[in-house]
Write a protein that binds this ligand. Structure first.
Ligand SMILES: NC(=O)c1ccc[n+]([C@@H]2O[C@H](COP(=O)([O-])OP(=O)(O)OC[C@H]3O[C@@H](n4cnc5c(N)ncnc54)[C@H](OP(=O)(O)O)[C@@H]3O)[C@@H](O)[C@H]2O)c1
Length: 261
């Protein structure tokens, strides 16, 4: 029998790293991916020392066009069976779209949308053959409305939510569940990487820890919940958006993302 693994993208920091810790604590062998090898090696050593699990890692830039195929091939060659697929890796970019660097926007589209979709497409056929398998896609509360000052990022997360809900429906008669996790602002390296230090977002909302978000996401995935929004205030976002005029929602979103200076 092929060894079952949980494949986690973006495991070198933040929510992905904590999801790796939660999965290991629950006895899952892991395949961790990200670009920073040193981080993955340290995490492997930590988890193998603490828990009775095997941890392997594969360093890759998932924004590269052929990266999902390479990762899939690595899994196939090692005869692993992916029982849990966590599409967590994602980046943002703060600022006006017309002033943005196209290379950053393109890499965001490639990572947040194309890689997530391609990995899901590659691994699903094998996952469907299993009695029970799980997909956890990390979106955001950004998924529920347009996001001026982070227009492309919000749109990518809307895609992740829409795609996840749709395939969860398609897969309802199989053993595969698809959970879309929607965290609000969360302590991680995301804020710095997305140049969001100038945004008021993290001052206006309660900020969760990556560990709390990961534990919540893991439980939701295990229950097969389709959409999992972390935090009481965040849960109110889609409700408020649903009953408000779209233009008003977009203005509020812009206000929340206002520059500090
Ligand atoms: N933090 C928040 O406020 C927040 C809120 C809602 C949703 N989210 C979502 O949560 C997910 C995790 O983010 P986080 O907050 O944990 O941020 P983070 O600490 O910056 O982690 C991002 C992870 O993605 C990996 N990554 C980035 N670019 C990559 C690439 N091109 N190829 C492969 N891996 C790449 C990073 O690893 P390397 O740099 O080593 O490659 C890192 O492990 C993202 O999808 C994000 O959109 C975050």
């Amino acid at each position: 029998m092929k060894p079952n693994i949980a494949l986690i993208t973006g495991a070198s920091s933040g929510i992905g790293m904590e999801l790796a810790r939660v999965c290991a604590r629950n006895g899952h062998n892991l395949l961790l991916t990200a670009r920073r090898e040193k981080r993955l090696l340290e995490l492997k050593k930590e988890l193998e020392a603490e828990f009775d699990v095997d941890v392997i890692f594969y360093t890759i830039d998932l924004a590269d066009y052929d990266a999902p195929e390479k990762l899939f091939e690595f899994v196939r060659k090692n005869s692993f069976s992916v029982q849990i697929l966590v599409n967590n890796a994602g980046v943002g970019d703060y600022g006006f779209f017309h002033e943005s660097d196209w290379k950053r926007q393109a890499a965001m589209l490639d990572l947040n949308i194309r890689a997530l979709t391609h990995l899901t497409h590659l691994f699903l056929p094998e996952m469907i053959k299993q009695d029970r398998a799980y997909i956890l896609n990390v979106a955001s509360t950004a998924a529920f409305q347009p996001g001026p000052m982070m227009s492309v990022y919000y749109a990518t997360k809307s895609y992740v939510l829409s795609f996840g809900e749709a395939i969860a429906n398609e897969l309802q008669d199989t053993g595969v569940s698809v959970t879309t996790l929607c965290p609000g602002p969360t302590e991680s390296e995301f804020q710095k990487e997305a140049n969001m230090e100038k945004s008021k977002l993290f001052d206006r909302f309660p900020v969760a820890t990556s560990l709390d978000v990961a534990e919540y996401g893991f439980k939701a995935m295990m229950k097969g919940k389709r959409v999992a929004i972390y935090g009481l205030i965040n849960k109110m976002v889609p409700r408020a958006v649903a009953i408000s005029p779209r233009n008003f929602v977009t203005k509020v979103s812009r206000f929340i993302q206002q520059r500090k200076d």
